[in-house]
Design a protein around this ligand. Structure first.
Ligand code: ADP
Ligand code: MG
Length: 347
């Protein structure tokens, strides 16, 4: 037996494995922002405050007033596959949390300088954990309110190739905004704020009433939606659709105001966008895109929302059924929504 050609296989060191995994979980600042906000929401936050610098390449900071962590968990949260949300395989089907892979913090911390401050209700002090490129730097007691603040600095500082491949700050900021908007829209009962390079972009109060979604959509869209939104609401045994669609005169040439959520997750679906556009039909000016926020709920067995953290694609087992249902429901809502739209009955 030749010893020189055996015993070559070894497990990767954790920090290296995380750095490789980070290539999938964090391709750009917006992915990191989404993971941090989802963690805040999973922690039961009532408010989520985001601070960005230089389109996230310098700083992505998310502060929440959620449950916080004890000192041991604060350190453990950076471990690979470290999660408090999943214990057994069977739990996967009943998950109510946004995260469950326990990969986000480990991945982000392996390609950035991260400072996490956290405190549980009832704890005397907060704990501050600093991780630099995956290496634990220090753990110190500190002063901080109940909740968690995660600051991600200099993303990809140790992966120059990836840093070089970041798009222009304007493009990266657009992706950050999309991630923020999707989570803010699907959680109107949570207050959100976003500050970029010291400018306050949004301050969105928490709202619980029947107009919560409309108010949030109006605020995110920059106002002017009052009286221009039509409610959508329909349930069958297979699928339920609810949400808001805007009057066709609010359509825009550029995309970016089409929000579709399936079982609470933001998705991108050309097919569903096509179904909604079909419902507007000739009401929509040519080459313009309507504004809408639609929430589809379907038994998870009927849908493959690709659960990869950065993917937003989706596939139903009855794609065509969903397509025609969404189109019909939106069309009827528009016709009956009191906007005085003149529908061509033959269309
Ligand atoms: P996942 O969300 O998939 O569990 P993460 O890497 O995103 O994995 O987070 C790891 C763990 O750290 C979570 O399961 C949670 O227990 C804890 N955690 C992360 N962020 C927060 C936060 N903002 N508030 C409270 N706990 C958090
Ligand atoms: Mg998470």
């Amino acid at each position: 037996p030749d010893a020189a050609t055996d015993g070559l296989i070894q497990a990767l060191p954790d920090t290296l494995a995380s750095k490789i995994a980070a290539g999938e979980v964090v391709q750009r600042p917006a992915n990191a922002l989404k993971e941090l906000i989802e963690n805040a929401l999973d922690a039961g936050a009532g408010s989520v405050d985001v601070v960005l610098k230089r389109a996230g390449s310098e700083l992505i900071q998310v502060t929440d007033d959620g449950c916080g962590m004890g000192p041991a968990d604060a350190v453990a949260s950076f471990g690979r596959h470290a999660t408090s949300k999943l214990r057994r395989f069977e739990d996967l089907e009943r998950l109510r949390t946004l995260g469950f892979r326990g990969e986000a913090l480990a991945s982000i911390a392996s390609v950035a300088q991260v400072e996490l401050k956290t405190r549980r209700r009832g704890d005397e002090a907060a704990v501050c954990v600093r991780v630099d490129g995956g290496d634990l730097e220090d753990v110190t007691p500190c002063a901080a309110p109940v909740g968690t603040c995660v600051a991600v600095k200099n993303l990809f500082f140790n992966v120059p190739a990836r840093r070089a491949f970041l798009k222009s700050p304007a493009t990266e900021f657009k992706h950050l905004v999309e991630a923020f908007q999707a989570l803010a829209l699907s959680h109107p009962s949570v207050a959100f704020s976003l500050v970029h390079d010291d400018n306050e972009v949004w301050r969105l109060p928490a709202s619980d009433g029947p107009d919560a979604l409309a108010d949030r959509l109006d605020a995110l869209a920059g106002g002017g939606l009052v009286g221009k939104l039509v409610e959508v609401e329909e349930t069958t045994s297979y699928l339920s659709v609810s949400g808001l669609v805007a009057s066709p005169d609010r359509a825009r040439k550029s995309r970016g105001e089409q929000y579709v959520f399936i079982n609470g997750r933001f998705v991108k679906s050309r097919q569903l966008d096509h179904a909604v556009a079909g419902a507007y039909g000739a009401l929509l000016p040519e080459r313009q895109h309507a504004l809408y926020a639609l929430f589809l709920d379907v038994d998870p067995r009927h849908v493959d929302v690709n659960v990869h953290p950065t993917k937003t694609e989706v596939k139903f087992d009855d794609d065509r059924g969903v397509y025609s249902f969404v189109k019909a429901v939106v069309k009827r809502s528009l016709a009956e929504g009191g906007l005085g739209l003149a529908f061509d009955p033959r269309a």
